[in-house]
Design a protein around this ligand. Structure first.
Ligand code: FE2
Length: 280
């Protein structure tokens, strides 16, 4: 076991777990440098795809839908001014990189596939864990977009439910620069919606099972230092507010699903049969 009994009890009751000093500051820096190099090499004319959870349906396009087995850059919703020009330099305009960095980039592959993380996955109950997606999240200064309250299982649905998130703060994450907020114990409610491909396969839609509003008043901020790992139950409601500060809030996140669970074709994120999901 990597996780202690105390860790496991906390995770079971709260739906998340904070592991401080999990990643060295040198490693945080090397991931940040690698992500910035990917953005440096990104040609914006490839796409003007914007990531927003506010109007997810409208903004979903093929660039996004086909990113499950690629490394693609997505702009912040507020990256462009009314004339369609970037407000800030390209390096301060990208919302995130996704969604197969762990399979296609050596630096992120090495970081994502360690015996420590494999042990944590086993402690959490995975029999045959698969890394289904990875994202580098920039939360840019001034324009870093809000991510509205959601459950990760809505985006990475399996039967039975199995998704868990590993989130790594690569910089200090505070209320000012848009830290995570979560509802402790909120994973005990059921799944409220699913984010699916629309029937024509060209767009996306939410299937809503429970229209009741999120209990926003129960959210608590998870302010953490660089190097902290946060484990998130797939049913835990969480969000992050916009970053209006002058600092970035870099984070890397990967999600695991159980290989033995069914992964429906209606899920938004798919990958080609030539690149099957792998574990550790
Ligand atoms: Fe999430």
């Amino acid at each position: 076991m990597f996780l202690t009994k105390e860790n496991m009890d906390f995770y079971e009751s709260e739906g998340f777990l904070v592991l401080e000093n999990f990643v060295s500051l040198e490693e945080c820096e090397s991931l940040r440098q690698r992500a910035m190099a990917i953005v440096e090499n990104f040609d914006p004319s490839e796409s003007f795809s914007i990531f927003t959870t506010n109007e997810q349906t409208r903004h979903s396009d093929l660039y996004f839908l086909e990113s499950g087995d690629k490394i693609r850059c997505f702009f912040e919703e507020e990256a462009f001014n009314e004339n369609g020009e970037l407000r800030q330099s390209k390096s301060f305009s990208i919302n995130k990189i996704g969604h197969a960095m762990h399979d296609l980039d050596q630096v992120f592959d090495n970081f994502s596939r360690t015996s420590q993380l494999e042990k944590i996955a086993q402690d959490l109950g995975f029999i045959d864990p698969r890394i289904i997606q990875s994202m580098f999240i920039f939360k840019q200064p001034f324009i870093g977009g809000e991510v509205v309250c959601h459950q990760d299982s809505a985006f990475l649905y399996t039967e039975p439910l199995s998704v868990k998130g590993f989130w790594f703060a690569l910089e200090d994450s505070t209320k000012e620069n848009g830290c995570l907020w979560a509802i402790p114990g909120g994973h005990k409610i059921g799944l409220k919606s699913r984010f699916c491909r629309s029937k024509d396969g060209l767009g996306t839609e939410f299937k809503v099972f429970d229209e009741s509003p999120w209990e926003i008043s129960k959210l608590i901020p998870l302010e953490v230092k660089a190097g902290t790992m946060i484990v998130l139950n797939g049913l835990l409601p969480h969000l992050s507010y916009a970053n209006r500060s002058e600092r970035t809030r870099h984070a890397y996140t990967m999600h695991l699903t159980e290989g033995e669970a069914d992964y429906p074709e209606s899920n938004w994120l798919q990958r080609s049969t030539e690149m099957p999901l792998r574990g550790f």
